[in-house]
Design a binder for this molecule. Structure first.
Ligand SMILES: Nc1ncnc2c1ncn2[C@@H]1O[C@H](COP(=O)(O)OP(=O)(O)OP(=O)(O)O)[C@@H](O)[C@H]1O
Ligand SMILES: [Mg+2]
Length: 506
């Protein structure tokens, strides 16, 4: 028997106008944890979709040998039957159904043709145990945090016989604790002989967990590194991924001129009538022109709620307190009023409310500022094309053209389109909510560089981020939130990881 459980040999896959995979070779040893890394759009998710039968045999070229046999999956269920389970980049649970319904949907426990729900609930307890999750199976998915939802996805995969578990950016939306928890689970599954493939942009995790790491670039295999040979380290990965060295991922700002206070929020409280809960309490903070303000905190600390409450309050929280822009008190009844006042907000959930997935890149970028490219109410198409091409180039959005549908872009490139859309609105104050989630290191560096040039042009930025490195590396001042309150303010000089965590867990 071969030492490899999986051999993907000379795999090529094209979409109209894009060669996503070009003779990729990918071999995974039995029982190992193998990380798949590469820039946004490198082809990682596509390769895994070829493997799992999302793209059936006949729509790609090359051979797949799994568990000693040549496989030609014509549908997803064929790969499931072979023992391959894949958890996609975007979670696929039904939020309004319970945990047990989600676990067994499509795989119901039946008795004489009727679903046996009692047995299903008992079974779900067993399955949940496999991922060390103690939740009541009757809980609704939407009432669980993303960390737990991710474990439920894995539990669902493990409810069938699994030899190979594939996780596409499983920790992208998780906090440090939940991520650690998930990595430990992979280590445990490894002990049970389950092989895993994990796609991740978080190099620290890759270094911590990978036995092997394969790097893709532009649809080609660059190399496979082995932990046993000491090859899996940040420098080697970045160099092979990006094709150049990046010495300091957080670029320095030069000639920064900090001006007057442009946003001042005082005694700001918010009540969510739907949840019946106070979500922000007595928040006080300000932003000056030309500053990058970091807002740190754990998941659920109220950071996104704060951003939304400022950005025209789309969720209709009951607000108290005062908001001043350029020294003048303002009350926004709608996000459009906040936009007019010069605020833009790039959401953390690009699929949820950031982008029109069924529209192309061009339309997504221009939609927020059609005025700028119109004369007498008619859009100047040449101007629209030029603007979109400029952002595609500046943000290095990887796509065949600006006509490509945003829904077909890789995750990280969708994030860049979202950023482009709001930059074109030309705000005074840009609020970025988890701006580099799911973004590769090279592109992160580019986004930070763009942030710095926006600051140099006199813009101000509020950056909400769960990545402490980024908060520390990019902010002039940092506010730390917990339980809907600001627990402290730190200057760039005094801030460090420990101080932030201390305030965040107060
Ligand atoms: N359905 C599709 N139609 C057209 N092009 C596609 C489609 N799916 C993927 N692509 C293109 O194929 C390339 C590879 O995309 P893929 O999603 O595999 O990247 P990735 O490595 O997973 O990136 P990320 O890290 O951003 O998730 C990209 O250029 C993408 O735009
Ligand atoms: Mg992907």
């Amino acid at each position: 028997m071969s030492e490899f459980i999986l051999e993907m040999d000379q795999i090529s896959k094209s979409f109209t106008g894009v060669k996503a995979l070009n003779n990729v070779n990918f071999k995974v040893k039995k029982g190992e944890i193998h990380c798949l890394v590469g820039e946004n759009g490198a082809g990682k998710s596509t390769l895994m979709k070829v493997l799992s039968g999302v793209y059936p045999y006949g729509t790609y070229e090359g051979n797949i040998i799994f568990d000693g046999e040549i496989k030609q999956f014509s549908k997803i269920n064929d790969s499931v039957d072979a023992g391959i389970a894949i958890i996609y980049q975007e979670l696929a649970l039904f939020p309004d159904l319970s945990v047990y319904e989600n676990l067994f949907v499509g795989n119901e426990v039946q008795h004489k043709g009727v679903v046996d729900w009692n047995k299903t609930i008992v079974e779900s307890r067993n399955v949940l145990e496999k991922v060390n999750l103690s939740v009541n199976p009757e809980t609704l998915i939407k009432d669980l945090g993303v960390g737990k939802q991710q474990l439920i996805e894995i539990a669902k995969a493990l409810s069938k016989e699994v030899k190979l578990l594939i996780l596409d950016e499983p920790t992208a939306a998780l906090n440090e604790d939940d991520s650690e928890n998930l990595l430990n689970l992979l280590r445990e599954l490894k002990k049970q002989g389950i092989t895993s493939i994990m796609i991740s942009h978080k190099l620290k995790e890759v270094i911590a967990i990978a036995d092997s790491a394969t790097i893709l670039r532009d649809g080609n295999t660059v190399c496979t590194l082995a932990a046993a040979k000491g090859e899996i380290n940040e420098n080697t990965i970045i160099k092979n991924m990006v094709g150049r060295e990046i010495n300091n991922i957080y670029p320095k700002r030069e000639n920064q001129a900090i001006g007057d206070t442009i946003l001042e929020v005082s005694n700001w409280s918010a009540y969510d009538s739907q949840l019946g809960k106070r979500i922000l309490r007595d928040v006080n903070f300000h932003v000056k022109q030309g500053e990058i303000i970091g807002i740190a905190g754990l998941m659920g600390a109220g950071r996104t709620e704060l951003a939304q409450s400022i950005f025209g309050n789309p969720k209709n929280y009951k607000l108290q307190g005062e908001l001043q822009i350029d020294g003048k008190p303002r009350k926004f009844k709608h996000t459009s009023e906040a936009i007019k006042a010069g605020i833009a907000y790039v959401t953390e959930d690009r699929k949820g409310d950031g982008l029109f997935l069924t529209q192309n890149i061009k339309n997504n970028i221009s939609v927020g500022n059609l005025k700028e490219i119109s004369a007498s109410g008619v859009i100047n198409e040449n101007e629209e094309i030029k603007v979109a091409n400029d952002y595609k180039k500046d943000l290095t959005i990887k796509a065949s053209s600006i006509e490509q549908l945003v829904g077909n872009l890789s995750g990280g490139n969708q994030q860049k389109v979202s950023l482009g859309k709001w930059l074109f609105v030309k705000p005074k104050l840009l609020i970025l909510d988890e701006p580099t989630r799911g973004i590769d290191v090279g592109a992160k560096f580019e986004i930070y560089t763009i942030m710095n040039s926006l600051i140099a042009e006199g813009m101000s930025i509020i950056m909400i981020s769960s990545e402490l490195g980024e908060v520390l590396g990019m902010s002039d001042r940092i506010y730390v939130m917990a339980e809907g309150e600001i627990k402290g303010e730190l200057s760039a000089e005094e801030a460090d990881q420990e101080k932030i965590m201390q305030l965040a867990t107060q």
